[in-house]
Ligand binder design. Structure first.
Ligand code: ZN
Length: 82
């Protein structure tokens, strides 16, 4: 289904919840799965795997997001996959 997209860390890549709205993917409001490129522009707010609100720190050069269950994601990790 998303075979052309490189694997993302679970908190942004699981595709269960929309990382910007927290809405369940597949519901009317949650159908957009972010790509690494989109994540480079705007930090995720919710964990894609469990829908929890993540702790997000925005830096001048990127962002860092942490789910208490599924771990941390840094925008630098995503950049390495491009
Ligand atoms: Zn999570």
């Amino acid at each position: 289904m998303i075979s052309d997209i490189p694997a993302l860390p679970a908190p942004v890549g699981a595709g269960v919840y929309n990382v910007y709205t927290g809405a369940e993917i597949g519901s009317a409001s949650g159908s957009t799965i972010p790509t690494a490129a989109q994540l480079g522009l705007e930090p995720p707010r919710f964990c894609a795997e469990c829908g929890r609100r993540m702790i997000v720190q925005v830096r001048p050069d990127g962002w860092h997001a942490k789910c208490s269950r599924h771990g941390e994601v840094d925008s630098h990790d995503l950049e390495m996959q491009r």
